[in-house]
Design a protein around this ligand. Structure first.
Ligand SMILES: Cc1ncc(COP(=O)(O)O)c(C=O)c1O
Length: 367
């Protein structure tokens, strides 16, 4: 099976981990070991941010960012439902209410016009997600946020290497959250990062990630153990150095796949607006005018041919039992339509030219 994603781990990562193991310093009590600091410094440079704070998952990054931006009691956060569940979880974990809005059917990202309709007196933040690795419509979202005195917490968990207006994705948010889960463009196994230009937000997240402590046993605020280990950070430093090569390979695979798939009219291929560069974490197509059953059949047949096609996300968050019980129903027609018609194809750096041809030909013959 050609998996939808595959960690690209080489000897360099193995050596970096062995070095940490031999050093005996596997982690640091306040989350500030030398490798974590090195990874944070390198990541801040990469993201062109003043601060980068490492944590142990992307979910922890999102939760820390919502807490770190200091939202008031009973706050609402506007976000898409067409995303991984962690985006909404972070709001609930921090004591807020997620308010789901619909997506733009072309980009699958949160719709700016729908955001404006969902703003209430309690809204304190917008959480755009750079879905599949395509930056959200940040200029528009920034304008809405500024006009309504809202913060932006961007979920860039899938967008390492994406560009918006010639700048690294995340530059227009107050805090940006990243994941280094094993499937992501770069990985530390599990891991996360928050980048921000705000001294205050960074300071609060640094406290929050380690029990609210600046010194041991003197908690200044409520916190967690969200510390990144030295092992994770050592892998992260190596992976970050390889990111640009990984992106080039993903882009090559995408170009080839796009060319081959032009032959059919049944698929809506992913777009890359002129002001944005995709990270190509996922290459997601839409089976036009299809029912959910038809889409599922195509995915099943691809898998029978050894192609790990996967659906992100077949059940949007607002339809999940817990979220429906707690938040009630939401009307999100474009989200629900997309969830029934999209599927993703492997384009990770391990996919060879022959495999790309096999993926495209298999899909064309199924269609
Ligand atoms: C959009 C999105 N947000 C948040 C997360 C959560 O990251 P993690 O799995 O590292 O906790 C992920 C990844 O899994 C994701 O894809």
């Amino acid at each position: 099976m050609i998996p939808i994603n595959l960690p690209q781990i080489g000897e360099e990562e193995v050596e970096a981990v062995v070095e940490v193991l031999k050093s005996g310093k596997l982690t640091h009590g306040l989350g500030e070991g030398p490798r974590v600091k090195k990874f944070e410094k390198a990541f801040a440079k990469f993201a062109e941010a003043k601060h980068a704070v490492a944590v142990n998952t992307g979910t922890a990054a999102l939760h820390s960012a919502v807490v770190g931006t200091g939202l008031n009691k009973d706050f609402e956060v506007i976000l898409p439902s067409f995303t991984f569940v962690a985006t909404a979880e972070a709001v609930i974990l921090a004591g807020g209410k997620p308010v789901f809005v619909d997506i733009d059917p072309k980009t699958y990202n949160i719709s700016s016009t729908e955001i404006e309709k969902a703003i209430t007196k309690r809204t304190e933040a917008i959480m755009p997600v750079d879905l599949y690795g395509l930056p959200a419509d940040m200029k528009c979202i920034r304008e809405i946020a500024d006009q309504n005195d809202l913060l932006i917490i961007e979920d860039a968990a899938q967008a390492h290497g994406a560009i918006y207006n010639r700048k690294p994705v995340g530059k227009m948010a107050d805090a940006t959250c990243w994941s280094f889960y094993a499937s992501k463009n770069i990985t530390t196994g599990e891991g996360g990062m928050v980048t921000t230009d705000s001294n205050q937000i960074a300071k609060k997240i640094r406290l929050f990630r380690t029990h609210g402590e600046k010194a041991k046993y003197a908690s200044r605020m409520f916190g967690h153990n969200y510390r990144m280990s030295e092992i994770q950070a050592a892998i992260g430093c190596v992976q970050l150095g390889k990111l640009s090569g990984f992106l080039t390979k993903r882009r090559e695979n995408v170009r080839r796949l796009m060319d081959l798939l032009q032959k059919t009219k049944r698929l809506e291929l992913p777009i890359e607006p002129p002001d944005r560069r995709h990270s190509w974490y996922l290459f997601t197509v839409r089976l036009e005018r299809a029912t959910e059953q038809e889409r599922n059949r195509v995915v099943r047949e691809l898998r029978e041919k050894g192609i790990g096609s996967t659906i992100y996300y077949s059940n949007p968050i607002h339809l999940m039992p817990y979220y429906r019980d707690v938040l009630g129903t939401s009307e999100l027609p474009e989200t629900e339509k997309a969830s029934k018609q999209v599927f993703s194809l492997p384009v990770h750096p391990g996919v060879t030219e022959e495999q790309v041809t096999h993926i495209a030909n298999s899909l064309l013959s199924i269609l």
